[in-house]
Design a protein around this ligand. Structure first.
Ligand code: SAH
Length: 380
């Protein structure tokens, strides 16, 4: 089922209007201050935008008429287009969102009995080129702005709310596990997370917002300085040799550095765990020897392991481990006292499963190279 939906967008395109959708509380207060308004207006506008889903300033009835006109003249609330949306047999819902520049990203909602998780993208494409990930194979175009990141939550909330005017929606958790590496788009991601956590916006608990990283070690320390939100690490291999191949970022930040950063992350809270994601690739990383190595690598880290059955995509040479292999691997970890779950594959009939998010990324190779140089990552 493909539905074309029209939503407000592009108003103000090509002008210098500031997009209020991308301002966290502090930035919003600073903006109101700069136009000679009281800072409490920031809270009101945040609530209108994020809790009531209002994008027409004239409907913001607790603002004076003059202020509404001022905001209309100076600012905009600009949202991406929903290019397509689609629901899988298991209720997983995927949106393809078209940004102002024509690039597309994907956002996925995964309903479960006791929660609703929104999987959010942080970049258009990805620079990291993990060998088993289809996003990596598409190249990289650019970082998303804070407005583009939070617009995924805004749109999903609106589309999932039964009563669109009320703040009752199905999203209880957000995971930054869509396209891109969130910690390589640090500032925009931090601002977007602030909006997710803000009681005047989405009011999500820090335990229910997860940043997933392939292991950008310095940014893990920086994230910890900002807030102790949930962290997932895409580990996927229990030794450097194999991880260098599966997650090339490992050449820059090898396992011992990554594990040191992980040990530090929840140093003040001994009830919380980092989720170690481990994609199960047939014959590659799924033997009992790998399980034993993994236990050694995770020794002393407050970790739980989430085994992810590999989702194949066109032209990949990898295959999913068999259910028996996955169960045996899980048992070795469980027997050693490691909390270990196996992720249910969701939404694969609509290509919404992990690693299958295929937006239309136009790889600007030169731009990609320059970007890699800027952040000093190995380009192979
Ligand atoms: N860059 C971040 C977030 C994006 S990937 C990171 O690396 O964590 C989010 C998760 O999707 C990763 O844990 C990755 O393991 C998983 N994933 C990617 N491709 C996959 C595939 N083909 N099958 C199963 N999981 C995949």
């Amino acid at each position: 089922m493909l539905i074309k939906v029209s939503l407000p967008n592009m108003s103000g395109a090509g002008t210098e209007k500031i997009n209020l959708l991308g301002l966290d509380r502090q930035a919003m207060e600073e903006y109101f201050h700069s136009i000679g308004e009281k800072s409490y207006r920031a809270q009101q506008v945040l609530q209108w935008i994020h809790q009531y889903g209002i994008h027409d300033f004239h409907a913001m009835t607790n603002l004076s008429k003059t202020l509404r006109e001022k905001l209309t003249a100076l600012t905009t609330i600009m949202l991406p287009d929903i290019a397509y949306e689609n629901t899988a047999a298991d209720g997983t819902h995927k949106w393809l969102l078209r940004m102002q520049d024509g690039n597309c990203i994907e956002t996925v909602f995964i309903p479960e009995d006791d929660r609703g998780t929104l999987c959010v993208s942080s970049q258009i494409g990805c620079t990291l080129n993990c060998d088993f990930c289809s996003t990596g194979k598409q190249g990289f175009n650019r970082n998303l702005t804070t407005a583009e990141i939070i617009s995924q939550v805004w749109l999903a909330v609106r589309k999932l709310s039964k009563n669109q005017s009320k703040h009752d929606h199905a999203i209880t958790n957000v995971v930054m596990m869509g396209m891109g590496e969130p910690l390589l788009n640090f500032d925009a991601v931090i601002s977007a997370i602030k909006i997710m956590l803000d009681d005047f916006a989405y009011g999500l608990s820090k335990r229910r917002v997860t940043v997933s990283t392939a292991g950008v070690v310095p940014a893990i320390y920086q994230l910890r300085e900002k807030f102790d939100i949930a962290l997932a690490v895409s580990l996927h291999a229990p030794n450097d040799e194999l991880r260098n191949k599966l997650v090339p970022l490992n050449k820059k930040y090898p396992l011992h550095k990554l594990m040191t950063a992980c040990k530090d992350y929840f140093r003040e809270d001994n009830r919380r765990y980092i989720t170690m994601e481990y994609v199960m690739l047939d014959g590659i990383n799924d033997t009992p020897m790998h399980a034993s190595q993994l236990l050694r690598v995770l020794n002393g880290v407050r970790a739980k392991v989430n085994l992810i059955p590999f989702n194949p995509f066109p032209h990949t040479s990898y295959q999913r481990s068999t259910p028996t292999t996955i169960r045996q691997f899980q048992e070795i970890l469980l027997n050693a006292g490691m909390i270990t779950t196996v992720r249910k594959t969701r939404g694969d009939d609509i290509d919404a499963a992990c690693g299958q998010l295929v937006g239309q990324v136009h790889d600007r190779t030169q731009r990609n190279k320059r970007y890699l140089q800027k952040i000093a990552l190995p380009s192979s």
